[in-house]
Ligand binder design. Structure first.
Ligand SMILES: Cc1cc2nc3c(=O)[nH]c(=O)nc-3n(C[C@H](O)[C@H](O)[C@H](O)COP(=O)(O)OP(=O)(O)OC[C@H]3O[C@@H](n4cnc5c(N)ncnc54)[C@H](O)[C@@H]3O)c2cc1C
Length: 393
């Protein structure tokens, strides 16, 4: 019996890969919520990234490229929407051009398929309502429905003889002869091996099996705006800013959704809960965990100015949309309404630095996915291959 903790796309991808590599092995998925994909997998931008941003050679760069191809094939095989509507990364100010050129080099090193560099005039050929000085066009960046992918992976696990337990929060793990005893809120499971994919709870789960205290997770909220139907077709695919390497997750962008509609976002601001989505939600336990972590205060001291700037966009729709209008001037504050929000698991090291790459810890009989930020949904099928290649070895 192999236990998987976490019914998000990463845990389910690993569970499904196990059914393929070890036919006959019994998989048990333990998920604390009453449905699958209830957290990051079900609250994201739905973008299948093509590998533009990631440091060449990093796990993100390798697994995003492979993961995009696997995701495209998986969606085709299982009848899940996969629309290659393409993405523009647009520079709007001279001061961004050095970063833009560096990004172009990174994207080329990562082998982003079909990548083109456009000058300001050519931007309109791809996105008639976008403006800028220059852009990178990635025609194969796609959108999909990651919840549908997660549900499909779970069906495959069950079809192979596995089980999925919902409302089963893992509260403790004990080592026993020949395996591990996993305690949940609905019962105990004896497993030979255990895979932890807890997303926003990954540090807490890691500690349950005696793993290192770092990296710790600090939750960040990301809020989206939905563009009114009258203007939603002004953007055909995706329009993104040039990211600041210091804050890779910042930068409001336009993204089409499968099934229709256009969204702007997400912004990013400290969240006071890891799993509650109300605008004023606070979890005392999560708040204490963040506030008692020295790494968070080191991060905050270094980046408070950026935090204050981001807060303006959180509090004011006009401030939020003024940024977005640098890229698509025709969509203004009056054309959007607040839509959903996502909670992002941001891993922070003890020195206050953001942990950028995927982090996977291994111990006897246990694999712990400790950091799986964007593009982990894109990369999930490749993360599963990667984890199991090394586990077997
Ligand atoms: C706002 C936002 C936008 C993003 N946009 C994109 C994008 O466009 N493209 C992309 O590729 N990636 C994107 N990402 C990142 C992507 O969503 C995540 O990297 C991915 O979903 C991680 O999957 P996961 O399975 O590790 O985590 P999750 O989906 O968070 O799943 C973890 C699961 O573990 C469960 N769990 C936790 N603790 C326990 C416990 N003790 N017992 C049982 N179960 C437990 C949780 O309930 C949860 O269901 C985005 C993320 C955010 C937040």
């Amino acid at each position: 019996m192999i236990g998987i903790v976490g019914g998000g796309i990463v845990g389910l991808a690993i569970g499904r890969e196990l059914t393929r590599r070890r036919p006959g092995a019994r998989i048990v998925v333990l998920e604390k919520e009453s449905r699958l994909a209830a957290h990051q997998t079900g609250h994201n931008s739905g973008v299948v990234h093509a590998g533009i941003y990631y440091r060449p050679g990093s796990l993100k760069a390798q697994l995003c490229t492979r993961g995009r191809a696997l995701m495209r094939d998986y969606c085709a095989e299982h009848g899940i929407a996969f629309e290659e509507c393409g993405k523009l990364v647009v520079a709007v100010e001279d001061s961004e051009m050095a970063r833009f050129e560096a990004l172009a080099r990174t994207a080329r090193d990562n082998g982003v398929p079909g990548l083109r560099r456009l000058d300001g005039r050519a931007i309109a050929d791809v996105e008639p309502h976008a403006v800028g000085l220059a852009a990178l066009h990635s025609p194969h960046t796609a959108i999909t429905d990651f919840v549908a992918v997660a549900e499909s992976l779970a069906r495959e696990i069950v079809a192979a003889g596995g089980t999925v337990h919902l409302d089963a929060e893992v509260t403790g793990v004990d080592r026993v002869a020949g395996g591990l005893l996993v305690r949940t809120t609905t019962g105990t499971h004896r497993v030979h091996e255990l895979v932890l994919c807890g997303g926003l709870q990954s540090d807490r789960l890691g500690r349950l099996v005696g793993g290192p205290a770092e990296p710790r997770i600090v939750p960040f909220r990301g809020e989206y705006m939905r563009v009114a139907p009258a203007k939603q077709d002004l953007v055909r695919g995706m329009v993104y800013p040039v990211p600041d390497p210091a804050y890779p997750f910042l930068g409001v962008h336009f993204t089409r959704r499968v099934g229709g509609g256009l969204e702007v976002g997400p912004n990013a601001f400290l969240a006071l809960s890891r799993d509650r989505y109300g605008r004023a939600s606070v979890s005392p336990r999560d708040l204490v965990d963040t506030a008692s972590y020295g790494g968070f205060w080191r991060f905050a001291r270094r980046h408070w100015r950026t935090g204050v700037a981001e807060l303006r966009g959180v509090l004011s729709r006009s401030a939020y949309m003024r940024l977005a209008q640098h890229y698509v001037p025709a969509i203004g504050p009056g054309d959007v309404r607040r839509a959903g929000l996502g909670l992002r698991a941001q891993a922070l090291a003890a020195d206050g630095s953001l942990v950028d790459d995927f982090v996977i810890h291994r111990a006897a009989g246990v694999i712990a996915v400790r950091n799986a930020p964007s593009p982990a949904a894109t990369s999930s099928l490749a993360i599963a291959e990667h984890v199991l290649d090394r586990w077997a070895g």
